[in-house]
Design a protein around this ligand. Structure first.
Ligand code: BDR
Ligand code: CA
Length: 343
């Protein structure tokens, strides 16, 4: 059986990614996961066992993201999933000099002060694992599960990069990393070149892309095509459950932010849930092999771009998603999360 770890800066769409993962585990053999709308051979079931969440920073600082992950798990009755806090600041940030890392004003505007668009969600009665424990947990998991494990980072790549730097043997463990971040073709969302997750720690992201680890990049190229509108959240509100109300309140805030600031997306981009969905079922996206690096200097700091030094290498370590089956993904997203929130 396949194992899944989410590395989150929980965040609105990170919370939706948790819900998607839990909904997928609850419905391993739904009709949709067994078929392909092109009429070709049936895709395998995409169920995976969510064995842990690790906490990174980005939309929020690590403590708040961990608090939110625990609360979301509790809301869906999954207090069995441990949450491990990760590295709490970028590699290039001097925490001894500047104090605890805090999110940018832009991140607070996108996700709200509580990271959940102001939607209320009670605290979990459960505590997180010890501060910083994510790094050793991830190293052990990669060594233990190898190619049965997929890790889905959807925030700053700092914890993952720290894992790969500390224990280089795990690079060849077979564990796959399907990350949300970057933009191959479209403008970024925090600067003309940079996407938010990569720009939170460009040095760490560059390390992940260039260290030889096998990655799949689910970037803005595809996530901006998967827009959710208020007709989707209305279905959750109509459930008249606490979980449905929470999901609708939280996501309506996100949709309104997008409509005001990025109206061309025509709803909110389902960035992090798409990364989970593609990790569970790679047939949802079409990928292109490109060896990437991250620009570290100047106006393009944080941009993901082809690495000239490795452009013609016979080995390609990153697959970049360039197409997505929008209809199939949105249908699966709504079906699984609505079923979860109905309980
Ligand atoms: C990414 O940045 C964060 O705001 C979201 O949670 C998502 O992971 C989109 O650029
Ligand atoms: Ca995120």
């Amino acid at each position: 059986d396949r194992k899944l770890i989410l590395d989150l800066d929980t965040g609105i769409d990170d919370a939706l990614a948790i819900a998607y993962a839990l909904g997928s585990a609850a419905a391993p053999n739904d009709a949709d996961s067994m078929s392909d709308d092109s009429g070709s051979a049936a895709a395998p079931s995409d169920a995976a066992d969510l064995i842990a969440i690790t906490g990174t920073f980005g939309n929020v600082a690590v403590p708040l993201g961990v608090r939110n992950s625990l609360a979301v798990l509790h809301a869906f009755g999954r207090d069995d999933v441990p949450v491990y806090p990760g590295v709490d600041h970028p590699w290039a940030y001097d925490a001894a000099k500047f104090g605890p890392w805090t999110p940018s004003a832009g991140s607070v505007a996108v996700h709200g002060e509580n990271g959940l668009g102001g939607a209320e969600l009670p605290d979990s009665p459960r505590a997180a694992e010890p501060a910083g424990s994510a790094v050793d947990f991830l190293i052990d998991a990669m060594r233990s599960y190898g190619d049965r494990l997929t890790i889905v980072p959807t925030g700053s790549l700092t914890t993952i990069a720290t894992v790969l730097r500390k224990a280089p043997d795990v690079i060849d463990s077979g564990a796959h990393i399907t990350l949300m971040g970057g933009a191959l073709t479209v403008p970024g969302n925090v600067s003309p070149g940079a996407e938010a997750n990569i720009s939170q720690d460009p040095e760490a992201a560059d390390y992940v892309f260039r260290c030889g680890a096998r990655t799949t990049m689910i970037g803005l190229d595809v996530t901006h095509r998967t827009a959710l509108t208020r007709s989707g959240t209305a279905q959750w509100r109509a459930l008249h459950t606490a979980a449905g109300d929470f999901l609708a309140d939280m996501t309506d805030y996100y949709i309104d932010y997008y409509l005001a600031h990025q109206p061309e997306v025509k709803g909110c981009g389902l960035h992090d849930p798409l990364a989970v969905a593609a990790a569970l079922d790679p047939t949802l996206v079409t990928t292109l092999g490109v060896n990437l690096k991250v620009d570290l200097d100047g106006a393009f700091r944080g941009r993901t771009i082809g690495d000239r030094a490795r452009l013609t290498d016979p080995v390609t370590t990153t697959r970049v998603a360039v197409r997505v089956n929008v209809e199939r993904f949105l249908d699966r997203f709504m079906t699984r999360i609505t079923a979860l929130a109905a309980k």
